[in-house]
Design a protein around this ligand. Structure first.
Ligand code: KG4
Ligand code: ZN
Length: 341
């Protein structure tokens, strides 16, 4: 009974995912799959909730069948079903919760509703077995916050964005410059060829104490710089684009790095900095965070990219920790569009 095997489901945004995680002293991902919906939404320039919900409903069973087949296990081998119950796009979350309820009822298994953010925040324990407590910087397309993590149900928000998430700003920047989606990797690639010093982008909220951040002003600054350049020269050259990307990325990097430095300074008992979310894939941002951690004599942990972005292994793992704590949900489990940690 010391071994726990959990099936996890994730469908809160534009990835449909299932995974089987086993806890047996250490955590092991027995199988996982992610079906992205990027192509479905590409023509619309953003995630369309209705299309997302329908695709999740279609793909969830397939994902479950896939991980069961890949692991050679059946539902009978599971100890519980864990599912993202929020926050996220409500149609997608409902699809996942309904699928999980069906599986749990059919196989007579306990059901555990997992907060998507808790899934991200606990990932370094899945990948690197890090001990509590630690500082988590969650930076994605939808989220940006510092969390003090003291346990699987003990999260303290130390600060975060007061408007847009950085990934959203990267995506918007890419759109304004005619680059592809998702914008983060496209902007990062351009920024490598660019001169960050050419445009003076703001560093929002650095003049204010605390760990809150703001990224919507950067979008506006980029739009203004782009328009000025277009008015002056009648268009954008490849170099113009690269310089705008470099300037924008440097501003995001500086804000994240300085606020991380402050978060660590305010919580000297936290000897470990972990990152998660798609933006943590950015090499320039990651390098700056490594520097901050080194400067604070703090260990730095970044899960492999596939586990930094949306996936179901993190949900299965978080479900396993909650199961150990005695958490059980039942058929009244509700899908929650908003669910602060
Ligand atoms: O965590 P994630 O896959 O999904 C959620 O938002 O939950 O993050 C996706 C976001 C997108 O906004 C994407 O543009 C951004 O992460 N992103 C990046 C990079 N790779 C992905 N942002 C900056 N640099 C990157 N290399
Ligand atoms: Zn996420």
């Amino acid at each position: 009974a010391d071994t726990l095997t959990i099936l996890g489901l994730e469908s809160s945004c534009d990835d449909t995912a299932a995974a089987i995680v086993r806890l047996n002293g250490t955590a092991e991902i027995l199988a996982q799959t992610v079906h992205g919906q990027a192509q479905l939404h590409a023509a619309f320039g953003g995630v369309v909730p209705e299309i997302a919900a329908r695709a999740h409903a279609e793909k969830l069973d397939l994902c479950v069948a896939e991980v069961l087949r890949a692991s050679g296990l059946t539902l009978r081998d599971m100890d519980a079903i864990a599912v993202t119950a929020g926050p996220g796009l409500i149609g997608g979350v409902m699809s996942g919760v309904m699928c999980a309820k069906g599986l749990a009822a059919g196989a007579d298994l306990p059901l555990i509703g997992v907060n998507h953010l808790a899934g991200h925040a606990l990932t370094p324990r899945l990948t690197d077995a890090v001990p509590y407590p630690y500082l988590m910087l969650l930076v994605s397309g939808g989220h940006c916050q510092f969390l003090r993590v003291d346990g699987a149900q003990e999260f303290t928000r130390i600060g975060g964005t007061i408007d847009d998430a950085p990934g959203e700003a990267f995506d918007k920047t890419a759109r304004l410059l005619g680059l592809g989606q998702p914008g983060g990797p496209a902007v990062e690639a351009e920024a490598r060829q660019g001169d960050a010093a050419r445009h003076a982008f703001p560093r929002p909220l650095l003049d204010r104490p605390g760990c809150d951040m703001s990224f919507s002003g950067l979008k506006t600054a980029l739009l203004r710089a782009r328009n000025a350049q277009m008015a002056e020269a009648g268009g954008l050259t490849r170099q113009d684009r690269a310089d705008l990307c470099a300037g924008f990325q440097a501003a995001v990097r500086d804000v994240l790095a300085e606020k991380t430095r402050r978060a660590l300074a305010a919580h000297p008992d936290l000897r470990l900095l972990a990152v998660a979310g798609g933006v943590a894939a950015n090499q320039a941002i990651r390098a700056a965070l490594v520097d901050v951690a080194e400067g604070a004599d703090t260990r730095f942990v970044a899960p492999p990219l596939a586990l930094c972005t949306d996936n179901a292994a993190m949900i299965a793992y978080a479900g396993a920790e909650l199961f150990r704590l005695g958490v059980r949900d039942d058929m009244t489990l509700a899908a929650r569009p908003r669910w602060p940690l």
